[in-house]
Design a protein around this ligand. Structure first.
Ligand SMILES: [Zn+2]
Length: 353
């Protein structure tokens, strides 16, 4: 094992603060650097009890209105998916779509990659984040894994896959109805490639796997570890790329073809618990991406990993949470310290819950 070093440094801002009667105020800004990618996030303690300025509460009346308005024209509801959604050619999927329980996988009408599937997550049009049951997510993820295996069997060049989600418009979703998106391409995308290359570099330099080193270091120190669920380890990100970021690492899995149903179940249980934790924080939207190494190949030093983040809450005329600081400068603001989040989130993956 190589112990991971979590680099942080501080800078100070000074100004006469009208909120403190015009006195000279000194604010400490902590900068955290991700040990693998170098991604920087900042934490200013002055913001710690002012999260509601950046992330006003979900407007539940507005949420109910949006759900009811969009239900009428939803192409997935009331079984309409059977007529409205595209189908894959029968050599890839004999019935054109994959159905698991209440979940259905079908092609995205406007694909962003050679393989781009959508998975309808249940018949219910709108869900609070407290209402994504593990069994439902397991069906959806299981369909995604089946699709990925079929894509690779049909064309071994299709080696780079991610499983993703946008939930609700502030998180980029164009439809309210819960759904996942599976992307598959002959080459990895930008962040995917960065993870693979940085993992490979760590392996070349230290002879160990970054992700196992990360889990070992985090579990030895304990401040950001949340829980083990099957083979997966859930933790908060030291230097998050998004709000309230939770990560998971599958410690024995380099790529999706190695996953068993137990691994899928672990992802479903972990996501379900962490979405309940988000709900308790007052969040109503999320994104996640789960990354795989190249299918059927060895990717030295890599393990399947997931990033889950919350986004701006559902409310009229919401302010985006992704502006120049994130989108162009590629930093992130830590609105709640990862150590505080981990402490709050542990009970949601306690098997007694
Ligand atoms: Zn719907």
């Amino acid at each position: 094992m190589t112990k991971i070093v979590f680099e942080q440094w501080h800078q100070q801002a000074a100004f006469h603060n009208p909120l403190k009667g015009g006195e000279l105020d000194h604010q400490d800004i902590q900068v955290r650097v991700d040990p693998l990618t170098g991604h920087q996030s900042i934490f200013n303690g002055a913001l710690e009890d002012k999260v509601s300025i950046l992330f006003p509460d979900t407007d539940h009346v507005y949420a109910a209105e949006r759900a009811s308005e969009t239900l009428k024209t939803c192409f997935l509801c009331e079984g309409r998916w059977k007529q409205t959604t595209p189908r894959y050619p029968s050599d890839l999927i004999p019935d054109g779509r994959l159905v698991r329980g209440e979940t259905v996988l079908f092609p995205n009408l406007f694909p962003l990659a050679a393989r781009h599937a959508v998975v309808m997550v249940g018949n219910q049009h709108f869900r609070e984040l407290s209402d994504f049951p593990p069994a439902l997510l397991q069906d959806a993820l299981s369909a995604a894994m089946d699709f990925i295996a079929r894509c690779h069997a049909g064309d071994p060049e299709m080696a780079w896959f991610t499983i993703n989600a946008n939930y609700l418009p502030p998180a980029g979703a164009s439809v309210v109805h819960p759904h996942l998106q599976v992307l598959g391409s002959p080459r990895p995308g930008t962040h995917h490639q960065l993870l693979i290359e940085a993992s490979r570099d760590h392996h070349s330099k230290h002879g160990t796997c970054y992700w196992l080193d990360l889990v070992d270091t985090e579990w030895a120190e304990g401040a950001r570890s949340i829980a083990a669920v099957g083979d997966s380890r859930w933790l908060t990100a030291f230097s998050p790329v998004g709000v309230n970021e939770v990560n998971a690492v599958w410690t024995h899995r380099e790529h999706f073809l190695q996953w068993t149903e137990d691994d899928v179940k672990a992802m479903a249980e972990g996501l379900s618990g962490m979405l309940r934790a988000y709900h308790e924080l007052g969040c109503s939207t999320f994104n996640f991406s789960c990354f795989s190494g190249a299918l059927g190949a060895s990717t030295p030093g890599f393990r399947c990993m997931l990033r889950l983040v919350s986004r701006q809450n559902l409310m009229p005329h919401h302010r985006t949470d992704d502006y120049y600081f994130q989108k162009l400068l590629r930093n992130e603001i830590i609105v709640r310290r990862p150590e505080v989040l981990a402490e709050r989130f542990r009970k949601y993956l306690d098997r007694g819950m």
